[in-house]
Design a protein around this ligand. Structure first.
Ligand code: PMP
Length: 355
């Protein structure tokens, strides 16, 4: 007789609301679902990465403090290396933030926003307080200030441009929240290279400001998982308590550093993506039964007259993968990443057929 071992009976209570992460695998689909950079990585930069990694060797653990990468990031951001921490994608840094400051406390999110805040918060047993954005998805600054003033709130999250709405928040509005709370304010600028105002100039004035950025979008390194965080040294010292010693592998540290030395081809791609985004936005807006929302990022949120699941499935049958973000706050909404021109054309043709 075999007994079935049931791990579910041992799992932490707080995790029971989380679904195991098991993404479907679509080997040959047109991927417009994850806001990645659609262009091939610049050949010359790739060659430089291979040259540098070939001579590095990987028998030693990576530099735990990523000293050289942080120096490159200091040159790029204008922020001192001691105010920079790198992560295995910004996803890891979000978890570190929740584990360091959030457990047993509350965090505020200007919702709807990036789902990982909710997930990492749940893993860390932190309680989420949603402050709904206005109907145009701009921040409700007064409501954010009120929520941020609650004594149990340790973190306030504002994503700009926001995923999945594409909305950028003016720096002045973020400053009004920073100035009115003793909580830490996390400004996620994952899409900052595409638009919106950066809050980096506020770092020297607000010791409670934390900025998150990533190589996964504008810099085409989603597969190598490189994110970074900018904050006062005292915040970083606390985060180092939970940081995994070798969180960012040696290959990724080198690759990100090489990218920082070769910004021109990436700037050129960003320009192309923005032009193509505007074309996609105009043509998608003209499809009957589609309502688009303004965007400052490399993706577009849109609402359809048909149920979102039907549109998602219809596109998938035509080989196009988008993100279904349908929810009570975003009814009948989907999100499409800006791809290469021919990819966007395929997506638009599918939309015209389905609607
Ligand atoms: N923040 C936002 C707003 C995002 O949309 C994403 C990626 N979807 C991330 C952070 C995570 O990026 P990374 O690949 O660096 O983990």
């Amino acid at each position: 007789m075999t007994t079935v071992f049931n791990a579910a009976s041992l799992v932490r209570e707080e995790l029971k609301g989380l679904l195991p992460y098991q993404a479907p695998y679509y080997p040959s689909v047109l991927k417009l679902d994850a806001n990645e950079n659609p262009y091939p990585f610049p050949q010359a930069v790739m060659k430089e990465i291979y040259r540098e990694t070939a001579s590095a060797g990987f028998s030693r653990y990576p530099d735990p403090m990523a000293v050289e990468l942080r120096e490159s990031l200091a040159a790029y951001t204008g922020v001192n290396p001691e105010n920079i921490m790198v992560g295995n994608g910004s996803d890891e840094l979000i978890l570190d933030l929740m584990l360091t400051f959030g457990t047993g406390a509350k965090f505020v999110v200007a919702s709807p926003s990036f789902v990982m805040y909710g997930i990492q918060g749940q893993i860390a047993s932190s309680t989420r307080l949603d402050v709904p954005r206005r109907s145009d998805f701009r921040l409700d600054v007064a409501a954010m200030q009120k929520a941020a003033a609650e004594p149990e709130v340790k973190l306030v999250v504002i994503c700009t441009p926001n995923n999945p709405t594409g909305t950028a928040t003016p720096r002045q509005e973020i400053e009004a929240i920073l100035a009115s709370t003793g909580a830490l304010v996390v400004v996620d600028e994952a899409y900052g290279e595409f638009g919106g105002e950066s809050c980096i100039p506020l770092l020297s004035r607000y010791p409670n400001l934390i900025i998150l950025k990533t190589f996964s979008k504008a810099f085409g390194l989603a597969g190598l998982r490189v994110g970074y965080l900018l904050a006062g040294a005292s915040i970083i010292n606390e985060l180092l308590r939970v940081k995994q010693p070798f969180n960012l592998n040696a290959f990724s540290q080198i690759a990100a550093r090489v990218v920082m030395k070769n910004l021109d081809p990436f700037r050129e791609r960003i320009g192309t993506i923005l032009k193509e985004r505007d074309r996609l936005h105009a043509e998608l807006s003209a499809v009957p039964g589609v309502e688009t929302f303004p965007t400052e990022a490399n993706f577009i949120l849109f609402r359809t007259a048909l149920p979102a699941a039907q549109v998602y499935q219809g596109l998938l049958e035509r080989g196009v993968l988008v993100r279904n973000v349908d929810s009570p706050s975003l009814p009948r909404c989907l999100r499409v990443s800006v791809g290469k021109p021919e990819e966007n054309t395929t997506f638009l043709a599918g939309m015209r057929e389905i609607l």
